[in-house]
Design a protein around this ligand. Structure first.
Ligand SMILES: *[C@@H]1O[C@H](CO)[C@@H](O)[C@H](O)[C@H]1NC(C)=O
Ligand SMILES: *[C@@H]1O[C@H](CO)[C@@H](O)[C@H](O)[C@H]1NC(C)=O
Ligand SMILES: *[C@@H]1O[C@H](CO)[C@@H](O)[C@H](O)[C@H]1NC(C)=O
Ligand SMILES: *[C@@H]1O[C@H](CO)[C@@H](O)[C@H](O)[C@H]1NC(C)=O
Ligand SMILES: *[C@@H]1O[C@H](CO)[C@@H](O)[C@H](O)[C@H]1NC(C)=O
Ligand SMILES: *[C@@H]1O[C@H](CO)[C@@H](O)[C@H](O)[C@H]1NC(C)=O
Ligand SMILES: *[C@@H]1O[C@H](CO)[C@@H](O)[C@H](O)[C@H]1NC(C)=O
Ligand SMILES: *[C@@H]1O[C@H](CO)[C@@H](O)[C@H](O)[C@H]1NC(C)=O
Ligand SMILES: *[C@@H]1O[C@H](CO)[C@@H](O)[C@H](O)[C@H]1NC(C)=O
Ligand SMILES: *[C@@H]1O[C@H](CO)[C@@H](O)[C@H](O)[C@H]1NC(C)=O
Ligand SMILES: *[C@@H]1O[C@H](CO)[C@@H](O)[C@H](O)[C@H]1NC(C)=O
Length: 424
């Protein structure tokens, strides 16, 4: 059944434009030592206190502030603040990209000031901008060992220093209380690079275990990045067991001109949704500096040359590849099981819409036969992104359902979203 022009339905099924994302993570800058010049473009995030005796300067970080508030205006409704590094003047190395020889870098004399700083930013946004961060995350990949002085982006190691992390959490909770924020903002940790793995000490699950029950009792949400690890299942089990919200808070892949970045992105989403089962899946990052239309060395779904006074946006194929998910599997949808590893299935809360996102990662076309006999499907739309100039393209009728079996042929290296109306 094909009805092309049911305006109300299409409006319901698809956001007007863009990716339709509703979660935004705001990077509370440390700000680097003003005498240092070693960060890549965008690697140092302007802080709000540029020295120990300086006042807070709320005109700082104008660009990111603009994006945050513009996202809110456009419908983003879940906000998290996180820090890659404390301000340089709270660190051992006097540098916000990390310590000398990759050593741990938060000066122990500054646990209190770091917590005060982060919560002051949260308070300012709430009271002055009407924006409430639901969670505050003080760490980023704290035990991966990646962060060193004179590096190209902000970072701070806490290797085997679970006590320092626990202290920071304690102080944050105290300040959230003092500042009247504890009803609206809670703590999330630890944004490790891996969910679980051979090098256990850099994995989300071990940091959460080793940080101690006292600190963990203050934490409402477990965040993990999905770059590394063996099995995603133990962290899901732990979050479930502990009654904590679980986020896949960061993943990204190199950009590409063809579908390969989209396929990689899709495979990650499929694996994460199937095994880690986070309630939010957050991409790093939507737009990145890519001088002169170059590709490869960054993660942007959109590339832009921010050093050029004329900023033109290069909307990449991976933007549409991601939109194949985000435009249709909307907040509140429930992921339902399928026995096909290349397909993600979801239903809206009222069970009136069924979405299948199917990835053909192969270099040849593939015919899918889905047994959808348990659903009473009336009409549906199909969108596809592929190497053949298809960017979220609404397709003509290329499928059929016979005796409960939906047959659909996908071209090589493509992602297809099938959106059904379900009648009860
Ligand atoms: C840290 O850097 C600041 C700014 O360059 C400088 O004023 C200060 O003396 C430095 N502190 C140390 C301990 O080197
Ligand atoms: C506050 O930050 C803005 C933006 O970076 C800067 O132009 C201004 O000089 C700063 N004010 C002070 C008092 O440092
Ligand atoms: C937090 O919420 C509780 C229960 O709703 C309320 O009694 C308390 O006054 C609130 N505290 C603050 C600081 O808003
Ligand atoms: C971009 O192209 C312009 C003009 O050709 C050139 O001046 C500039 O160096 C290029 N920038 C980079 C980062 O390659
Ligand atoms: C700036 O962007 C414009 C428009 O895309 C382009 O023609 C020009 O070469 C760019 N300049 C540099 C220096 O990259
Ligand atoms: C939707 O379906 C799920 C299981 O398939 C069920 O648990 C849930 O109650 C249904 N919701 C409604 C509103 O019917
Ligand atoms: C598809 O072709 C590319 C380029 O020839 C190759 O690198 C890749 O491994 C192939 N993918 C599969 C799934 O066969
Ligand atoms: C489709 O699935 C149903 C159970 O949901 C089953 O009864 C039926 O035999 C299946 N059809 C085919 C062709 O396998
Ligand atoms: C399927 O939907 C149609 C149209 O609403 C309805 O007539 C039919 O009774 C439904 N069948 C089942 C098994 O629910
Ligand atoms: C995509 O569209 C462009 C411009 O319309 C055309 O030149 C190109 O051949 C098309 N590529 C494919 C793979 O269809
Ligand atoms: C159903 O769709 C498939 C895939 O597009 C096609 O090969 C097949 O011929 C179609 N069957 C009917 C009966 O239309």
């Amino acid at each position: 059944m094909w009805i092309r022009s049911v305006i109300g339905l299409r409006k319901f099924l698809m956001p007007a434009s863009g990716l339709g994302l509703n979660v935004i993570r705001y990077n509370i800058g440390g700000g680097d030592n003003p005498s240092h010049h070693h960060m890549r473009f965008g690697g140092d995030v302007p802080g709000f206190r540029s020295c120990e005796n300086c006042d807070y300067n709320w005109t700082s970080d104008a660009n990111q502030r603009w994006i945050l508030l513009a996202a809110k205006e456009r419908g983003a409704d879940i906000f998290e603040a996180f820090a890659n590094s404390p301000p340089y003047w709270m660190t051992n190395s006097n540098c916000s990209s990390g310590g000398q020889n990759n050593e741990n870098n938060l000066n122990p004399d500054y646990y209190d000031q770091f917590a005060d700083y982060l919560t002051e930013v949260v308070k300012w946004y709430k009271e002055e901008q009407g924006l409430t961060f639901r969670t505050l995350e003080p760490f980023n990949e704290p035990t991966t060992g990646l962060w060193h002085e004179f590096g190209n982006q902000e970072g701070c190691n806490y290797i085997l220093d679970y006590l320092a992390m626990a202290n920071v959490i304690d102080k944050i909770v105290a300040y959230l209380n003092i500042k009247g924020l504890s009803n609206t903002t809670s703590v999330s940790i630890a944004d490790e690079g891996a969910f679980e793995g051979e090098i256990a000490t850099i994995a989300a699950i071990s940091t959460l275990q080793l940080i101690g029950d006292h600190a963990l009792s203050y934490v409402s949400q477990y965040n993990t990045h999905a770059y590394f690890g063996n099995s995603r299942i133990p962290l899901f089990d732990m979050a479930k067991n502990d009654g904590r919200r679980l986020w896949m808070s960061e993943w990204g892949s190199w950009s590409s001109k063809d579908m390969s970045a989209s396929i990689q992105l899709s495979e990650e989403i499929l694996n994460d949704m199937r095994n880690l089962k986070p309630v939010a899946w957050v991409y790093w990052q939507v737009i990145e500096h890519a001088p002169n239309g170059t590709y490869g060395n960054e993660y942007g779904l959109i590339g832009a040359d921010f050093s050029n006074s004329t900023i033109s946006l290069d909307i990449r194929l991976s933007f549409y590849g991601f939109a194949q998910y985000t435009n249709f599997i909307r907040p509140g949808y429930q992921i339902i099981s399928t026995d096909d590893g290349d397909t993600l299935a979801a239903q809206d809360a009222s069970n009136k819409t069924l979405v299948l996102v199917c990835t053909n990662k192969y270099n040849a076309s593939d015919i899918w036969n889905f047994n959808v006999s348990k659903f009473n499907l009336s009409l549906f739309n199909v969108y596809r992104t592929s190497n053949n100039n298809e960017t979220l393209k609404l397709l003509p009728n290329t499928w059929n359902i016979t005796d409960g079996i939906l047959t659909y042929e996908s071209p090589a290296n493509s992602i297809t979203s099938l959106i059904f109306n379900v009648t009860q």
